[in-house]
Design a protein around this ligand. Structure first.
Ligand code: PLP
Length: 227
């Protein structure tokens, strides 16, 4: 399969899973994760109709943004861990950030956005480490409240949802309890009205994520091939 065929097959998996879950058509958005893939692959996916792309590393993101500057309606999402000293490189350039993982990062983001106001809102999700595994990034569940409160009154930063990366497992269903826990946390912190987005699900477990309520699935290898 070429890239455009793989993209179509991912779209089909998403729409089938959405239907199986009894959820409204189109409620799950596809984020194409292009880390470690060349800008040419992103352009090919763009030509096949994809508009949202996720990158993990600031430097790589900036290089690809430059190479693809002519694609004006392409939207960039940062999905990797963001160091506070790198905020300046992304704050004006991305549509959304999926990995707000601490109160300190939230506070620094707010400061940065205040001193260099953007013309649009930065939408962001809080990444939560629901499994409690040491190796995983994300805040602890008990830190979530303080992070959400810090940005509550901001007109520049909107914390609009939650994100998690489950531990690697052979069986995609193994992620289900993590996804359900994230949803419970959403319910404990204002529910779907306050936190409409759930960024969960990757190539291997997108069906499980959609059954659990995903609004964003982040798909890399199923579109661009193995890294
Ligand atoms: C790489 C990555 C993905 C995509 O993973 P695939 O298994 O290739 O679909 C999704 N989310 C995050 C945070 C990633 O780092």
């Amino acid at each position: 399969m070429n890239l455009s065929e793989r993209l179509s097959s991912v779209r089909k998996r998403i729409s089938d899973a959405t239907e199986t879950a009894g959820r409204p058509e189109g409620c799950v958005k596809l984020l194409a994760v292009s880390k470690r893939k060349p800008a040419g692959d992103i352009r090919a996916a763009y030509e096949a109709g994809q508009r949202d792309f996720g990158e993990n590393y600031v430097q790589e993101l900036r290089e690809k943004q430059e190479a693809l500057e002519d694609l004006k309606d392409l939207r960039w999402h940062m999905i990797g861990q963001l160091q506070r000293n790198k905020i300046k490189y992304i704050s004006g350039w991305i549509d959304s950030l999926h990995t707000v993982d601490s109160l300190r990062l939230t506070e620094t983001l707010l400061q940065r956005l205040e001193t260099s106001p953007r013309d649009r809102l930065l939408r962001a999700m809080v990444e939560v480490n629901v499994s409690g595994e040491d190796s995983k990034s994300g805040c602890r569940p008990d830190e979530l409240g303080a992070i959400l409160r810090a940005a509550e009154n901001s007109s520049q930063l909107s914390l609009c949802g939650l994100m998690t990366v489950p531990p690697r497992a052979e069986d995609p269903q193994a992620a289900r309890p993590q996804f359900d826990r994230l949803r419970d946390l959403r319910d404990e912190h204002g529910g779907v009205e306050t936190l409409p987005e759930l960024s969960i699900g990757m190539s291997r477990d997108l069906e499980v994520a959609i059954a659990a309520g995903a609004t964003w699935v982040r798909i890399g290898s199923a579109i661009f091939g193995e890294r």
